[in-house]
Design a protein around this ligand. Structure first.
Ligand SMILES: Nc1ncnc2c1ncn2[C@@H]1O[C@H](COP(=O)(O)OP(=O)(O)OP(=O)(O)O)[C@@H](O)[C@H]1O
Ligand SMILES: Nc1nc2c(ncn2[C@@H]2O[C@H](COP(=O)(O)O)[C@@H](O)[C@H]2O)c(=O)[nH]1
Length: 185
């Protein structure tokens, strides 16, 4: 079987991490851990949620793609993906839409892109309920990157699955169907 990378994208708070956890828990599809210079949120652990980096240590790694998002750097490495593919046929990764475009361009049909959409009021409430710091939340939801990621980028038009993540149950059903269509599980 061709190795697959399930690229989960969409604006901050649309449920990308929730879906990657669902893939891990239900289908044993592991998530490729990415690197960031942002500080950990309550409960986040180094090597589990992210590799947390300083600005200096971030620059020392080699990335397949890297982006600046709302004032912090994020990057993912080809080496991490290849290590995961050595053990599993499918992996997932959570990235912004710029990262998703990079994966689609590099991996073509091997990259199954899922774009999550939630309306602005709902996503703002979910981020506040998640416990995001009020000042940072305000900066994030007004950032160019957040506003850009509310819509599918033109490069991915017709090349990704869109799920409107209103109900978690319905979203999980949509994910199950995508895995069937893509013959992943
Ligand atoms: N369908 C849903 N209904 C209600 N709450 C949801 C739903 N999906 C996710 N959530 C909640 O919304 C919050 C944001 O979800 P999550 O952290 O998965 O988003 P994200 O896209 O990974 O965000 P970020 O990019 O900022 O890391 C979480 O508290 C999560 O539990
Ligand atoms: N292009 C990439 N985007 C990434 C990567 N790791 C995470 N992300 C995305 O950044 C924003 C902000 O994340 P947060 O955890 O601070 O809320 C979000 O859209 C992530 O999906 C990466 O390596 N490359």
């Amino acid at each position: 079987m061709d190795k697959k990378i399930i690229v989960i994208t969409g604006a901050s708070g649309t449920g990308k991490t929730t879906i990657s956890k669902y893939l891990q828990d239900t289908y044993h599809i592991p998530s490729v851990i990415t690197h960031t210079t942002r500080l950990p949120r309550d409960g986040e652990k180094n090597g589990v949620d992210y590799y947390f980096e300083t600005k200096d240590s971030f620059l020392k790694n080699h990335y397949l793609e890297k982006v600046e998002y709302s004032g912090n750097w994020y990057g993912s490495s080809e080496e991490s993906l290849n290590k995961t593919w050595a053990k599993y046929d499918a992996a997932s990764i959570v990235v912004d839409t710029k990262g998703a475009v990079s994966y689609k361009e590099k991996y073509g049909d091997q990259a199954v892109v899922i774009f999550l959409e939630v309306d602005l009021d709902t996503v703002t409430k979910r981020l506040a309920d998640r416990g995001d710091d009020k000042k940072r939340l305000q900066a994030r939801i007004t950032s160019d990157e957040f506003l850009r990621d509310l819509q599918i980028p033109t490069e991915l038009a017709g090349k990704c699955y869109k799920i409107i993540n209103n109900s978690i149950k319905a979203t999980q059903e949509s994910v199950n169907n995508i895995l069937k269509i893509e013959k992943i599980k």
